[in-house]
Design a protein around this ligand. Structure first.
Ligand code: NI
Length: 403
Protein backbone atom coordinates (compact mmCIF):
# COMPACT_ATOMS: atom_id res chain seq x y z
CA UNK A 1 0.00 0.00 0.00
CA UNK A 2 1.58 3.28 -1.05
CA UNK A 3 -0.95 5.60 0.49
CA UNK A 4 0.66 8.44 2.39
CA UNK A 5 -1.00 8.77 5.76
CA UNK A 6 0.54 10.94 8.46
CA UNK A 7 1.64 8.60 11.23
CA UNK A 8 3.76 10.93 13.28
CA UNK A 9 0.75 12.44 15.08
CA UNK A 10 -0.68 9.08 16.07
CA UNK A 11 0.52 8.38 19.64
CA UNK A 12 2.01 4.98 20.52
CA UNK A 13 -0.99 4.14 22.76
CA UNK A 14 -3.23 4.46 19.69
CA UNK A 15 -0.86 2.50 17.47
CA UNK A 16 -0.97 -0.23 20.09
CA UNK A 17 -4.73 -0.73 19.64
CA UNK A 18 -4.83 -0.67 15.83
CA UNK A 19 -4.47 -4.44 15.67
CA UNK A 20 -7.50 -4.81 17.95
CA UNK A 21 -9.49 -2.36 15.83
CA UNK A 22 -8.75 -4.21 12.59
CA UNK A 23 -9.50 -7.60 14.18
CA UNK A 24 -12.78 -6.35 15.68
CA UNK A 25 -13.86 -4.68 12.47
CA UNK A 26 -13.19 -7.76 10.34
CA UNK A 27 -15.03 -9.93 12.83
CA UNK A 28 -18.07 -7.62 12.77
CA UNK A 29 -17.82 -7.47 8.99
CA UNK A 30 -18.09 -11.26 8.79
CA UNK A 31 -21.27 -11.31 10.88
CA UNK A 32 -23.38 -8.30 9.88
CA UNK A 33 -26.72 -7.75 11.60
CA UNK A 34 -29.60 -5.48 10.57
CA UNK A 35 -31.16 -2.76 12.73
CA UNK A 36 -32.30 -3.88 16.22
CA UNK A 37 -30.94 -7.37 15.51
CA UNK A 38 -27.38 -6.49 16.53
CA UNK A 39 -27.31 -9.16 19.28
CA UNK A 40 -23.96 -10.71 18.41
CA UNK A 41 -22.46 -7.30 17.64
CA UNK A 42 -23.61 -5.95 21.01
CA UNK A 43 -22.07 -8.99 22.71
CA UNK A 44 -18.71 -8.39 20.98
CA UNK A 45 -18.87 -4.75 22.07
CA UNK A 46 -19.87 -5.55 25.66
CA UNK A 47 -17.21 -8.27 26.03
CA UNK A 48 -14.49 -5.88 24.93
CA UNK A 49 -15.69 -3.10 27.24
CA UNK A 50 -15.99 -5.53 30.13
CA UNK A 51 -12.36 -6.56 29.67
CA UNK A 52 -11.47 -2.89 30.07
CA UNK A 53 -13.40 -2.83 33.34
CA UNK A 54 -15.71 -0.02 32.28
CA UNK A 55 -19.15 0.43 33.90
CA UNK A 56 -21.73 -0.44 31.28
CA UNK A 57 -25.44 -0.61 30.45
CA UNK A 58 -26.56 -3.23 27.96
CA UNK A 59 -29.85 -3.64 26.14
CA UNK A 60 -30.48 0.09 25.82
CA UNK A 61 -33.21 0.54 23.17
CA UNK A 62 -32.97 -3.18 22.47
CA UNK A 63 -29.39 -3.82 21.42
CA UNK A 64 -27.62 -0.56 22.35
CA UNK A 65 -24.62 -0.52 24.69
CA UNK A 66 -23.44 2.45 26.79
CA UNK A 67 -20.21 2.57 28.81
CA UNK A 68 -18.42 5.21 30.84
CA UNK A 69 -14.78 6.18 31.07
CA UNK A 70 -14.70 8.11 34.33
CA UNK A 71 -11.71 10.40 34.60
CA UNK A 72 -9.92 10.87 37.94
CA UNK A 73 -10.88 14.54 38.12
CA UNK A 74 -14.27 16.24 37.87
CA UNK A 75 -15.29 17.79 34.58
CA UNK A 76 -17.83 17.76 31.78
CA UNK A 77 -19.31 14.70 30.03
CA UNK A 78 -18.66 14.09 26.36
CA UNK A 79 -20.66 11.52 24.42
CA UNK A 80 -18.90 9.62 21.63
CA UNK A 81 -21.22 7.68 19.34
CA UNK A 82 -20.84 4.75 16.94
CA UNK A 83 -23.59 2.97 15.00
CA UNK A 84 -23.52 -0.83 14.75
CA UNK A 85 -26.02 -1.97 12.10
CA UNK A 86 -25.54 -3.43 8.63
CA UNK A 87 -27.63 -3.22 5.45
CA UNK A 88 -29.81 -5.61 3.44
CA UNK A 89 -27.20 -5.79 0.66
CA UNK A 90 -25.61 -8.97 -0.73
CA UNK A 91 -21.84 -8.56 -0.51
CA UNK A 92 -19.73 -9.16 -3.61
CA UNK A 93 -16.31 -7.86 -2.53
CA UNK A 94 -14.65 -11.30 -2.46
CA UNK A 95 -12.74 -10.24 0.69
CA UNK A 96 -11.48 -13.03 2.93
CA UNK A 97 -13.53 -11.50 5.76
CA UNK A 98 -16.63 -10.97 3.59
CA UNK A 99 -20.11 -11.34 5.04
CA UNK A 100 -21.17 -14.86 5.95
CA UNK A 101 -24.84 -13.81 6.09
CA UNK A 102 -26.46 -13.91 2.66
CA UNK A 103 -28.25 -10.65 1.87
CA UNK A 104 -26.67 -8.75 4.75
CA UNK A 105 -23.57 -6.61 4.59
CA UNK A 106 -21.68 -3.87 6.38
CA UNK A 107 -21.93 -1.72 3.25
CA UNK A 108 -21.74 1.64 5.02
CA UNK A 109 -18.74 1.22 7.32
CA UNK A 110 -20.58 0.97 10.64
CA UNK A 111 -18.37 -2.05 11.46
CA UNK A 112 -15.46 0.39 11.29
CA UNK A 113 -17.25 2.97 13.47
CA UNK A 114 -17.87 0.40 16.19
CA UNK A 115 -14.29 -0.92 16.06
CA UNK A 116 -12.77 2.60 16.12
CA UNK A 117 -14.84 3.56 19.17
CA UNK A 118 -13.80 0.33 20.94
CA UNK A 119 -10.16 1.19 20.19
CA UNK A 120 -10.71 4.68 21.57
CA UNK A 121 -12.33 3.15 24.67
CA UNK A 122 -9.17 1.17 25.37
CA UNK A 123 -6.87 4.16 24.92
CA UNK A 124 -9.11 6.39 27.06
CA UNK A 125 -9.45 3.73 29.76
CA UNK A 126 -5.65 3.64 29.90
CA UNK A 127 -5.40 7.37 30.51
CA UNK A 128 -8.28 7.71 33.03
CA UNK A 129 -5.97 9.03 35.72
CA UNK A 130 -5.14 12.03 33.57
CA UNK A 131 -8.70 12.86 32.47
CA UNK A 132 -10.87 15.53 34.06
CA UNK A 133 -14.34 14.55 33.00
CA UNK A 134 -16.39 11.59 31.81
CA UNK A 135 -16.56 10.02 28.36
CA UNK A 136 -19.84 8.31 27.55
CA UNK A 137 -19.36 5.68 24.84
CA UNK A 138 -22.59 5.02 22.95
CA UNK A 139 -22.97 2.03 20.61
CA UNK A 140 -26.21 2.57 18.80
CA UNK A 141 -28.50 0.20 16.89
CA UNK A 142 -30.46 0.70 13.69
CA UNK A 143 -29.02 3.89 12.16
CA UNK A 144 -30.07 2.70 8.71
CA UNK A 145 -33.64 2.58 9.95
CA UNK A 146 -35.92 2.78 11.73
CA UNK A 147 -33.44 4.67 13.96
CA UNK A 148 -31.83 3.83 17.30
CA UNK A 149 -30.70 7.26 18.47
CA UNK A 150 -34.10 8.58 19.49
CA UNK A 151 -35.14 5.48 21.45
CA UNK A 152 -31.76 5.54 23.23
CA UNK A 153 -32.37 9.16 24.22
CA UNK A 154 -35.85 8.19 25.45
CA UNK A 155 -34.20 5.52 27.60
CA UNK A 156 -32.06 8.18 29.26
CA UNK A 157 -28.74 7.91 27.46
CA UNK A 158 -28.21 11.67 27.82
CA UNK A 159 -28.65 11.50 31.63
CA UNK A 160 -26.63 10.02 34.52
CA UNK A 161 -24.32 11.76 34.11
CA UNK A 162 -25.91 14.49 31.98
CA UNK A 163 -24.18 14.84 28.62
CA UNK A 164 -22.67 18.24 27.76
CA UNK A 165 -21.75 17.58 24.14
CA UNK A 166 -21.73 14.80 21.53
CA UNK A 167 -19.30 13.85 18.77
CA UNK A 168 -19.44 11.13 16.12
CA UNK A 169 -17.73 10.24 12.87
CA UNK A 170 -18.62 8.50 9.64
CA UNK A 171 -15.96 6.76 7.53
CA UNK A 172 -16.46 8.33 4.11
CA UNK A 173 -15.59 6.82 0.74
CA UNK A 174 -15.95 10.15 -1.07
CA UNK A 175 -12.82 11.41 0.72
CA UNK A 176 -9.34 9.85 0.53
CA UNK A 177 -7.70 8.63 3.73
CA UNK A 178 -6.07 11.57 5.44
CA UNK A 179 -8.90 13.95 4.58
CA UNK A 180 -11.86 14.95 6.72
CA UNK A 181 -15.18 16.67 6.14
CA UNK A 182 -16.11 19.00 8.99
CA UNK A 183 -18.62 21.78 8.60
CA UNK A 184 -20.48 24.04 10.99
CA UNK A 185 -24.26 24.36 10.64
CA UNK A 186 -26.42 22.06 8.50
CA UNK A 187 -24.23 19.09 7.55
CA UNK A 188 -26.63 16.32 6.55
CA UNK A 189 -30.26 16.57 5.48
CA UNK A 190 -33.69 15.85 6.87
CA UNK A 191 -34.74 12.65 5.10
CA UNK A 192 -38.51 12.43 4.72
CA UNK A 193 -40.48 9.98 2.60
CA UNK A 194 -43.73 10.21 0.67
CA UNK A 195 -46.27 7.97 -1.01
CA UNK A 196 -48.69 9.06 -3.73
CA UNK A 197 -51.70 6.98 -4.73
CA UNK A 198 -53.15 8.06 -8.07
CA UNK A 199 -56.72 6.85 -8.37
CA UNK A 200 -58.27 6.75 -11.84
CA UNK A 201 -60.83 4.46 -13.44
CA UNK A 202 -59.53 1.34 -15.16
CA UNK A 203 -60.78 -0.31 -18.31
CA UNK A 204 -59.88 -1.66 -21.74
CA UNK A 205 -56.58 -0.47 -23.12
CA UNK A 206 -58.19 0.03 -26.54
CA UNK A 207 -60.94 2.24 -25.11
CA UNK A 208 -59.03 4.86 -23.09
CA UNK A 209 -61.89 7.32 -23.58
CA UNK A 210 -63.93 5.20 -21.17
CA UNK A 211 -61.28 5.38 -18.45
CA UNK A 212 -59.34 7.84 -16.35
CA UNK A 213 -55.84 6.52 -16.96
CA UNK A 214 -53.73 6.74 -13.75
CA UNK A 215 -50.56 5.72 -15.64
CA UNK A 216 -50.67 8.91 -17.69
CA UNK A 217 -51.45 11.00 -14.59
CA UNK A 218 -48.54 9.40 -12.71
CA UNK A 219 -46.19 10.08 -15.60
CA UNK A 220 -47.16 13.77 -15.63
CA UNK A 221 -46.75 13.88 -11.87
CA UNK A 222 -43.20 12.51 -11.97
CA UNK A 223 -42.27 15.21 -14.46
CA UNK A 224 -44.14 17.95 -12.58
CA UNK A 225 -42.35 17.04 -9.34
CA UNK A 226 -39.03 17.87 -11.01
CA UNK A 227 -40.07 21.53 -10.90
CA UNK A 228 -40.46 21.67 -7.11
CA UNK A 229 -36.77 22.22 -6.44
CA UNK A 230 -35.90 23.97 -9.72
CA UNK A 231 -38.83 26.44 -9.70
CA UNK A 232 -39.85 26.79 -6.03
CA UNK A 233 -36.75 26.62 -3.86
CA UNK A 234 -34.27 29.50 -3.70
CA UNK A 235 -31.37 28.47 -5.99
CA UNK A 236 -28.94 29.20 -3.15
CA UNK A 237 -30.64 26.62 -0.93
CA UNK A 238 -30.31 22.83 -1.26
CA UNK A 239 -33.13 20.31 -1.62
CA UNK A 240 -33.88 17.04 -3.39
CA UNK A 241 -37.16 15.48 -4.49
CA UNK A 242 -36.61 11.97 -5.90
CA UNK A 243 -39.28 9.52 -7.03
CA UNK A 244 -37.89 6.05 -6.39
CA UNK A 245 -40.95 3.80 -6.75
CA UNK A 246 -43.63 3.50 -9.44
CA UNK A 247 -46.04 0.61 -9.36
CA UNK A 248 -49.19 0.00 -11.36
CA UNK A 249 -50.82 -2.28 -13.85
CA UNK A 250 -50.45 -5.96 -14.65
CA UNK A 251 -51.55 -6.62 -18.24
CA UNK A 252 -50.80 -5.31 -21.73
CA UNK A 253 -54.46 -4.67 -22.48
CA UNK A 254 -55.80 -3.33 -19.19
CA UNK A 255 -55.67 0.22 -17.89
CA UNK A 256 -55.35 -0.12 -14.10
CA UNK A 257 -57.47 1.62 -11.46
CA UNK A 258 -54.54 3.08 -9.63
CA UNK A 259 -50.79 3.71 -9.70
CA UNK A 260 -48.59 4.15 -6.64
CA UNK A 261 -45.54 6.39 -6.48
CA UNK A 262 -43.06 6.83 -3.66
CA UNK A 263 -39.85 8.67 -2.96
CA UNK A 264 -37.84 10.89 -0.69
CA UNK A 265 -37.51 14.59 0.12
CA UNK A 266 -34.17 15.92 1.46
CA UNK A 267 -33.74 19.39 2.92
CA UNK A 268 -31.44 21.20 5.36
CA UNK A 269 -33.74 23.79 6.92
CA UNK A 270 -37.24 23.61 8.50
CA UNK A 271 -38.69 26.37 6.29
CA UNK A 272 -37.50 24.64 3.11
CA UNK A 273 -38.69 21.30 4.46
CA UNK A 274 -42.21 22.70 4.88
CA UNK A 275 -42.15 24.56 1.56
CA UNK A 276 -41.17 21.46 -0.43
CA UNK A 277 -43.71 19.30 1.37
CA UNK A 278 -46.53 21.80 0.66
CA UNK A 279 -45.52 22.23 -2.95
CA UNK A 280 -45.37 18.48 -3.64
CA UNK A 281 -48.81 18.06 -2.08
CA UNK A 282 -50.21 20.93 -4.14
CA UNK A 283 -48.85 19.47 -7.38
CA UNK A 284 -50.11 15.98 -6.59
CA UNK A 285 -53.65 17.20 -5.98
CA UNK A 286 -53.64 19.78 -8.76
CA UNK A 287 -52.19 17.56 -11.49
CA UNK A 288 -54.54 14.69 -10.61
CA UNK A 289 -57.57 16.98 -10.60
CA UNK A 290 -56.55 18.39 -13.99
CA UNK A 291 -56.90 14.92 -15.48
CA UNK A 292 -60.13 14.10 -13.67
CA UNK A 293 -58.34 11.70 -11.33
CA UNK A 294 -57.82 11.78 -7.59
CA UNK A 295 -54.58 11.46 -5.69
CA UNK A 296 -53.73 10.82 -2.09
CA UNK A 297 -50.49 12.24 -0.70
CA UNK A 298 -48.92 10.64 2.39
CA UNK A 299 -45.87 12.22 3.97
CA UNK A 300 -43.72 10.66 6.66
CA UNK A 301 -41.15 12.66 8.58
CA UNK A 302 -37.75 10.94 8.77
CA UNK A 303 -34.61 11.96 10.65
CA UNK A 304 -34.18 15.71 11.21
CA UNK A 305 -31.17 17.46 9.63
CA UNK A 306 -27.74 17.04 11.24
CA UNK A 307 -26.79 20.49 12.52
CA UNK A 308 -23.25 20.98 13.81
CA UNK A 309 -22.66 23.42 16.66
CA UNK A 310 -20.11 26.12 15.63
CA UNK A 311 -17.93 25.93 18.76
CA UNK A 312 -17.86 22.11 18.83
CA UNK A 313 -17.11 22.08 15.09
CA UNK A 314 -14.19 24.43 15.64
CA UNK A 315 -12.87 22.13 18.38
CA UNK A 316 -13.15 19.02 16.16
CA UNK A 317 -11.74 20.83 13.12
CA UNK A 318 -8.78 22.01 15.23
CA UNK A 319 -7.97 18.40 16.19
CA UNK A 320 -8.27 17.30 12.55
CA UNK A 321 -6.06 20.11 11.27
CA UNK A 322 -3.29 19.46 13.79
CA UNK A 323 -3.30 15.67 13.30
CA UNK A 324 -3.56 15.67 9.51
CA UNK A 325 -1.53 18.79 8.79
CA UNK A 326 -4.45 20.44 7.01
CA UNK A 327 -4.50 24.18 6.68
CA UNK A 328 -7.20 26.73 6.02
CA UNK A 329 -10.76 25.83 5.13
CA UNK A 330 -11.56 22.11 5.18
CA UNK A 331 -13.37 20.82 2.07
CA UNK A 332 -17.15 21.29 2.01
CA UNK A 333 -18.51 17.77 2.49
CA UNK A 334 -22.15 18.53 3.22
CA UNK A 335 -24.48 15.91 1.80
CA UNK A 336 -28.23 15.43 1.49
CA UNK A 337 -27.87 11.97 2.97
CA UNK A 338 -29.60 11.48 6.33
CA UNK A 339 -28.28 10.36 9.75
CA UNK A 340 -29.99 9.84 13.08
CA UNK A 341 -26.97 11.35 14.86
CA UNK A 342 -29.23 14.37 14.28
CA UNK A 343 -31.24 13.50 17.41
CA UNK A 344 -28.17 13.68 19.66
CA UNK A 345 -27.13 16.98 18.06
CA UNK A 346 -30.67 18.35 18.50
CA UNK A 347 -30.45 17.63 22.21
CA UNK A 348 -26.89 18.77 22.99
CA UNK A 349 -24.26 20.80 21.11
CA UNK A 350 -21.96 18.64 19.08
CA UNK A 351 -20.29 17.80 15.82
CA UNK A 352 -20.62 14.96 13.33
CA UNK A 353 -17.83 14.65 10.78
CA UNK A 354 -16.60 12.52 7.90
CA UNK A 355 -13.29 10.69 8.05
CA UNK A 356 -11.85 9.87 4.63
CA UNK A 357 -11.70 6.09 3.97
CA UNK A 358 -11.14 6.00 0.22
CA UNK A 359 -8.17 4.26 -1.35
CA UNK A 360 -8.27 3.84 -5.12
CA UNK A 361 -5.37 1.39 -5.11
CA UNK A 362 -7.13 -1.16 -2.94
CA UNK A 363 -10.60 -0.82 -4.48
CA UNK A 364 -11.86 1.05 -1.43
CA UNK A 365 -13.64 3.49 -3.71
CA UNK A 366 -17.16 2.16 -4.20
CA UNK A 367 -20.06 4.27 -3.02
CA UNK A 368 -21.68 3.59 0.35
CA UNK A 369 -24.40 0.88 0.18
CA UNK A 370 -22.74 -0.70 -2.90
CA UNK A 371 -22.23 -4.53 -2.83
CA UNK A 372 -18.48 -3.94 -3.33
CA UNK A 373 -18.16 -1.16 -0.77
CA UNK A 374 -15.08 -1.34 1.41
CA UNK A 375 -13.21 1.04 3.70
CA UNK A 376 -9.47 1.56 3.88
CA UNK A 377 -8.27 0.41 7.28
CA UNK A 378 -5.48 3.02 7.23
CA UNK A 379 -8.18 5.39 8.44
CA UNK A 380 -8.59 3.52 11.75
CA UNK A 381 -5.60 4.93 13.67
CA UNK A 382 -6.65 8.41 12.55
CA UNK A 383 -10.20 7.83 13.81
CA UNK A 384 -9.03 6.59 17.21
CA UNK A 385 -6.47 9.39 17.56
CA UNK A 386 -9.08 12.01 16.63
CA UNK A 387 -11.58 10.72 19.21
CA UNK A 388 -8.88 10.83 21.90
CA UNK A 389 -7.74 14.32 20.89
CA UNK A 390 -11.34 15.57 20.86
CA UNK A 391 -11.80 14.25 24.42
CA UNK A 392 -8.58 15.90 25.64
CA UNK A 393 -9.37 19.15 23.94
CA UNK A 394 -12.96 19.17 25.23
CA UNK A 395 -11.91 18.47 28.82
CA UNK A 396 -9.18 21.14 28.61
CA UNK A 397 -11.50 23.87 27.43
CA UNK A 398 -15.15 22.91 26.91
CA UNK A 399 -16.81 25.54 24.71
CA UNK A 400 -19.33 27.66 26.59
CA UNK A 401 -22.75 26.14 26.11
CA UNK A 402 -24.88 28.24 23.79
CA UNK A 403 -28.61 28.57 23.87
NI1 NI B 1 -23.88 5.04 7.42
Amino acid sequence: MTLVVPKQGVRPEVQAVVEDVIRLRRDLHRFPELGFQEHRTARVVADYLEELGLPMRKGVAGTGVVALVEGAGPGPTLLLRADMDALPVHESTGLEYASTAPGKMHACGHDGHTAILLGAARVLAGMKDRLNGTVKLVFQPAEEGPGGAQPMIEEGVLENPPVDAAVGLHLWSDLPVGQVGVQSGPFMAASDTFDIIVKGRGGHAAKPDQTVDPVVVAAHLVVALQTVVSRTVDPLESAVVTVTRMHGGEAYNVIPDQVELGGTIRTFRPEIRQLVRDRVKGLVEGVAAGFGAEAEFRFEEGYPPVINNPAMTELVAGCCRSLLGLEGELPDSRTLGGEDMAYFLNAVPGCYFFLGARNDETACNYPHHHPRFNICEEAFPLGVELFVRVVESFFDSPPAREV
